[in-house]
Design a binder for this molecule. Sequence first.
Ligand SMILES: *Cc1c(COP(=O)(O)O)cnc(C)c1O
Length: 403
Amino acid sequence: MTLANGHPYLAIPGPSVIPDRVQRAMHRGSPNIYEGGLLELVDSLWPDLRMLAGTTGHVAAYIANGHGGWEAANANLFSRGDKALVLACGQFGHSWANSAREMGIEVEVLDFGKASPADPDRLEAALRADTQGRIKAVLTTHVDTATTIRNDIPALRRAIDAAGHSALFAVDCIASMGCDEFRMDDWGVDVTVAASQKGLMTPPGMAFVWFSESARARCGVGDLATPYWRWGPRAEAEEFWQLWDGTAPTTHLYGLREALTMLVHEEGMARVWHRHEVLAGAVWAAFDAWGAGNPAIAMNVGRPEWRGRSVTAARLGAPDATRLRQWCEQRAGVTLGIGLGMAASTDPAYHGFLRVAHMGHVNAHMTLGALAVMEAGLTALGIAHGPGALDAAAKIVATGAGD
Ligand SMILES: *Cc1c(COP(=O)(O)O)cnc(C)c1O
């Protein structure tokens, strides 16, 4: 038997839930890409994309997923043989490092493991050791979606400044943009990368690279900046086709327009960040309660200030995480995320990890519903767990929902 027939909920960390309004906005035939309404709609996107990232700087948009966004940043920041310093806190940091290495960039990785954020002191020491100033940019993740570690971006910026190093600072916000507080200009970030399918609530297919004036002045003209990836013509397009170096992602743009209206204009970034903060807190409270009755159940990141607000990685002991995921999907219509980068998929330990997304178009009933389904699954499967998880989660929501 199953209770899964009803509206399914995809609670994986991307692609995220697409709002009905965004879907409806995209349900249309092809527009004229030479003149008319589409051009006006696109003009209206850039101020909102800047507001979203907290910058008055430049924006280049690409038809790409997040991996394409990484390559766009790499291609403009570096020439072949230049050096990158990558601060890795999980699989996504390492994957960005790999993409740079494969493009012929020299990469030094500072690996901070899978349970704590990048240490500003180690960053400062690595930059001080670079006496010849070879490191052109420091790359890191705001939130690594595999471990769900959140880095303290302002603290890392201060470490670069304390070292007196001229490296540019580039941050992957693919898992956090539109979910977790981010202020590109205030925090001294030179290059920010995001994609459409997570906090931006739109299908995969668009990547965005925001860049500061100093990044513009120092980058974008090297031997990796091939015509398609070069950010200058996109950010300073004189003709519409230059914005995407070819045909625009027409259908996506109507969806993005609607999503930005919802985030930037209707809800406002402060309330968007607050909503994610509260829903994350509800998930954490539930895991704390479950774990109190079974030490095998624990969140991956111990300290709340080190956790991303859009997704939570946890362990349940193998094979219970996989059993619980399957139960939730098959019996109750909630799809949880697999554990990523914690153990190889061929390793039995793989079945001890999962992730709960609370990213993008999510509200209290969705997150509380997912937690209640997980509670039911733990009970149905006979997985030991502490009591009171749903009460604890509801208390967080009751306090965070305002008057
Ligand atoms: C999802 C994600 C990526 C990769 O994005 P794709 O669209 O899958 O290529 C990179 N970095 C982070 C932090 C992500 O969450």
